[in-house]
Design a protein around this ligand. Structure first.
Ligand SMILES: [Cu+2]
Length: 481
């Protein structure tokens, strides 16, 4: 993206939203765990940052079912209807049973779930075009073996042009059964590795389910639902084309709502947020899912990302020892396709000491074979050693490294360091002692590269946009807040 004046204003707005709060929260990948899931499809209204309430359909946890699944990694409630549906978190080898009750209004007719990538057997309900379907008030059960780790989509297999548009989609995460011994699990990670391969270790993970909606379709469906409250009802006539989506969502929310807390009471039907955080040098697993009908080019500022897998298929070299996926500047998310990627960032290339080390402070940087600090116990582990102790002023780096997309919290440093000797820094007045209690890192805009999609009902900024926050090691990234 080229930051025009309008965009810059928008970006600054984004930063204020992100850093202005006492502690902007992140979500990791919340979902529900277990092997038996009792879901229900039902209707309610979802909210948009322009104040719009949009009639939607979604999957949720069935309150009528005897036992509710537990949440991971967050304790909390699982709404009866949510957008996207609950993320089903299972482990490789599990036999997974999903019971679906059709709690949609009578006019909606049958509904179902497809689990592409798995061999599914279904029982109950009635025969549909692609799978067994649950009539309104009825139940259908799907069973499959989670035989491969990875990220998968699930969505309605009935009247899909309308039902997926209305919000009937979600994701499945299959954790590897045999994570490699060289991987260490992060405090909010679902597993220590994405796959059963030593090159797929990760420190943090985030889900990005990209979808869009045309609110006129939702309005027309609502009018027909209201016109027929008891059966038999004529099927909803959905005029899908021409398709002019006006809302562009990450995990069911538009920016800036997607940078708000997970499970915020402000969005009772949109519990998931999209607000990645990381420490320098960490490996961030991005679980990308194309849930809409459009392809959304998702661009992440700060660095490229390595594709690990598509649709749960790990991309390896022929000898299976190393990753073979491309390094992407922008991820083209294809409808129904998932991609697991690894993103990382260090201060390399900035040409100043991002940690604000000062001569005589006793800090060290011993380069490994790649030039990064080799001591995992040090707070500046993976520092780019060539810039260690480099005084300000410095020669500014290549403008393409910083001008496009990097934003500061009023300081060129990654927040105040707490080690002795760090407090006499040359940070601008007012930025000292910001960490703790305030977060003070770098922010990079992550967004759709189709600029039409970073709007909310035609107003910039909004839509498919969020911010990656790179926090100093002294800032504990508490994904539960
Ligand atoms: Cu951009």
């Amino acid at each position: 993206m080229r930051p025009t004046t309008t965009m810059r204003r928008g970006l600054i707005f984004g930063i204020l939203v992100t850093l202005g709060g006492a502690h902007s929260a992140s979500a990791a990948v919340p979902g529900i765990t277990g092997t038996t899931f009792n879901l229900v499809a039902s209707d309610d209204f979802t909210s948009q940052p322009d104040g719009a309430s949009i009639y939607s359909w979604g999957y949720g946890c069935d309150a009528a079912a005897s036992s509710g699944p537990a949440f991971a990694p967050f304790p909390g409630n699982c709404p009866q209807m949510q957008l996207p549906g609950p993320t089903l978190i299972v482990t490789e080898g599990d036999t997974v049973t999903v019971q679906l009750r059709n709690g949609l209004p009578v006019a909606a007719g049958n509904t179902s779930i497809l689990f592409p990538g798995f061999k599914v057997t279904s029982s109950g309900g009635v025969n549909g075009l692609l799978t067994k379907e649950a009539p309104v008030g009825g139940v259908v059960t799907y069973t499959f073996k989670a035989d491969k780790p990875g990220t998968y989509a699930y969505y309605s297999g009935t009247h899909a042009d309308l039902q997926i548009e209305m919000g009937l989609f979600g994701a499945v995460i299959v954790r590897p059964a045999h994570p490699p011994a060289n991987c260490t699990k992060g405090d909010f990670s679902l597993a220590s590795s994405a796959y059963n391969h030593p090159s797929t270790c990760y420190d943090r993970e985030y889900m990005f389910q990209l979808s869009e909606m045309d609110s006129r379709i939702h309005d027309r469906a609502y009018a027909q639902v209201q016109a027929c409250s008891s059966g038999p009802c004529p099927p909803i006539v959905a005029v899908i084309e021409p398709y002019h989506p006006n809302y562009f969502l990450i995990n069911g929310r538009s920016m800036p709502d997607n940078m708000d807390t997970p499970y915020s009471p402000a969005y009772p039907r949109q519990p998931y947020n999209a607000n990645p955080h990381m420490h320098p040098g960490e490996n961030v697993l991005m679980r990308m899912v194309g849930q809409g009908r459009w392809q959304h080019p998702f661009h992440f500022h700060g660095n490229h990302a390595r594709v690990l897998a598509r649709d749960g298929n790990l991309l390896l070299s022929t000898d299976k020892t190393s990753l073979a996926g491309p390094l992407l500047f922008t991820t083209p998310t294809v409808s129904g396709q998932t991609q697991d990627q690894i993103f990382s960032w260090t201060g390399k290339g900035l040409n100043w000491d991002v940690y604000n080390h000062r001569a005589g402070d006793g800090t060290t940087c011993t380069p490994d074979a790649n030039g990064y600090h080799n001591n995992p116990a040090a707070p500046n582990y993976r520092e780019w050693c060539a810039d260690h102790l480099k005084p300000i002023p410095v020669t500014p780096p290549d403008p393409t490294i910083v001008a496009i997309g990097q934003w500061y919290a009023g300081t060129p440093y990654l927040g105040l360091q707490t080690a002795p000797g760090y407090t006499t820094s040359s940070e601008p007045p007012g930025t000292l002692n910001q960490n703790p209690p305030k977060e003070s890192g770098y922010a990079y805009m992550w967004h759709s590269h189709n600029e039409r999609e970073i709007t909310t009902n035609n107003v910039f900024p909004g839509g498919m946009m969020s911010m990656l926050l790179i926090d100093p090691f002294t800032w504990h990234i508490d994904e539960a807040q």
